[in-house]
Design a protein around this ligand. Structure first.
Ligand code: IMP
Ligand code: MG
Length: 179
């Protein structure tokens, strides 16, 4: 399905994201040890993770970086409800503190899966960082340790996030109107 660009309503500008990343990196630098592993969950987090990790470096953190690919959406806008591990990390996780980086926390299934997977590999602590937190107002949701912004319960694209694999390259986050 193709989304008409006229249906994209900007939600977070690139300037707002850059400013928030700086304060987020400051928060993370105050919590994580210097020797942690940053695991970005692909694909949606790739631009957020790239910017966040460079901002962490500017805050004198130098994590090992790896990636895992998880999928639950296919090409639709509604989660399929099951999480599939398409690519695992390569770095040694045993005995390490891990920061999971994802684009959005919604139902929490993706991060719950990733967290469990890291604990099974022997991580001593697993924290989560998301750009957008959609869980506000849901008392049952597991809150992220670090979150960039609260996000309304709409489908969003841009800054790495897609609709049927499109719009990942937008430098801002936009709501897909009418979804
Ligand atoms: P959860 O497993 O329900 O928490 O969903 C989180 C995953 O779904 C994230 O990794 C996102 O990639 C994806 N996702 C959730 N909401 C959106 C959205 O509005 N736009 C694009 N991807 C989304
Ligand atoms: Mg994702």
């Amino acid at each position: 399905m193709v989304v008409d660009p006229a249906r994209l309503e900007p939600l977070f500008t690139s300037d707002a994201i850059a400013a928030r990343l700086d304060s987020l990196a400051h928060e993370i630098a105050g919590t994580m040890p210097s020797n942690f592993v940053a695991v970005a969950i692909l694909k949606g987090s790739f631009i957020f993770a790239a910017d966040l990790i460079r901002t962490l470096t500017a805050h004198s953190l130098n994590p090992e970086v790896d990636f895992m690919t998880l999928a639950s959406y296919g090409t639709g806008t509604v989660s399929s409800g099951t999480v599939a591990l398409l690519r695992d990390v390569e770095v040694e996780i045993h005995g390490r503190e891990v920061l999971l980086i994802d684009d959005i926390l919604d139902s929490g299934r993706t991060l719950a899966y990733a967290r469990r997977h890291m604990h099974e590999k022997g991580a001593t602590a697993v924290r989560t960082c998301v750009l957008l937190d959609k869980t506000a107002g849901r008392p049952d949701a597991m809150p992220p340790d670090f979150a960039g912004f609260r996000c309304p319960p709409s489908f969003v694209v841009g800054y790495g996030m897609d609709h049927a694999h499109k719009y990942r390259g937008l430098p801002f986050v936009a709501i897909v109107k009418g979804d």
